[in-house]
Design a protein around this ligand. Structure first.
Ligand code: SF4
Ligand code: SF4
Ligand code: FES
Length: 234
């Protein structure tokens, strides 16, 4: 297989494309296992036989649970550990996300997502209201991996803008769902500024979410609570 990787050295602004040849062991091989195999070689060489630096990318769980390995595969956001090589068209081109500062190669700095959650105050000061009725939304919200795939394709998200995108909205939907009436006042304002007013509702974020979160349904629920002020009665 021909694997094209857009690379960048740490501290440099210059990108370059490096091409590798790779033969998968079987049809279960993913982008992550391929990168690990390449990096595991005693001396990594590109397709022309030139020595190459090991390829930097982020990973942790390797089970589609943490979102760390998100990158662009053939132009589309994907989790490296969940994307099988046999499902991708050749040549396979891997690139870092474009919406975030590149640290090195395929690794980007997504700390803005945490910072945005901090700004939204996405936590409970008081006790959360837990009930069977609220469980489905809370569960769905908890599945957000904070991978940033939704932000990568969102036409309205940019670092520094007041709109925080679905990586902010999904965890915050639990806050709206479980907050008591008094606390909800502030949370409603936050949701309106950080999500509702900036979102064009095109839902391209939904199509790329690797966790397949029901983003449309979640938005309907959060909008009902925050914008139309419907309070869930237990
Ligand atoms: S619905 Fe559209 S504007 Fe809203 S977060 Fe998703 S991609 Fe962005
Ligand atoms: S909403 Fe989906 S795409 Fe966006 S950060 Fe959460 S898991 Fe990733
Ligand atoms: S390494 Fe955790 S989702 Fe891929």
């Amino acid at each position: 297989m021909r694997i094209e990787i857009l690379r960048r050295d740490r501290g440099s602004d210059v990108c370059y494309l490096q091409v590798f040849e790779y033969t998968p062991e079987d049809e279960r091989e993913t982008i992550a296992s391929m990168l690990d195999h390449l990096n595991g070689q005693e001396e990594l060489k590109d397709i022309e036989g030139n020595s190459a630096r090991k390829i930097t990318y982020k990973k942790s769980c390797l089970q589609k649970k943490c979102g760390a390995c998100a990158m662009l595969a053939n132009g589309r956001p994907a989790l490296a550990c969940a994307s099988k090589l046999c499902d991708l068209e050749e040549p396979i081109r891997l690139e870092p996300f474009k919406k975030f500062p590149v640290v090195e190669d395929l690794c980007v700095d997504r700390s803005i997502m945490k910072e945005n959650l901090r700004q939204m105050k996405a936590w409970f000061e008081d006790e959360a209201l837990v009930s069977e009725k609220r469980n489905a939304v809370s569960y769905e919200s908890s599945r957000c991996l904070q991978c940033g795939c939704c932000l990568e394709v969102c036409p309205n998200f940019m670092i520094g803008s007041s709109f925080f995108g679905m990586a902010g909205a999904m965890p915050f939907s639990r806050i709206l769902n479980e907050m008591n009436k008094e606390e909800l006042k502030e949370a409603r304002k936050t949701y309106n500024t950080r999500v509702f007013e900036g979102c064009g509702k095109s839902l391209s974020c939904r199509d790329v979410c690797p966790a397949k979160i029901k983003i449309g349904d979640m938005l309907v629920n959060s909008n009902a609570i925050a914008v139309w002020k419907r309070y869930i009665k237990d």
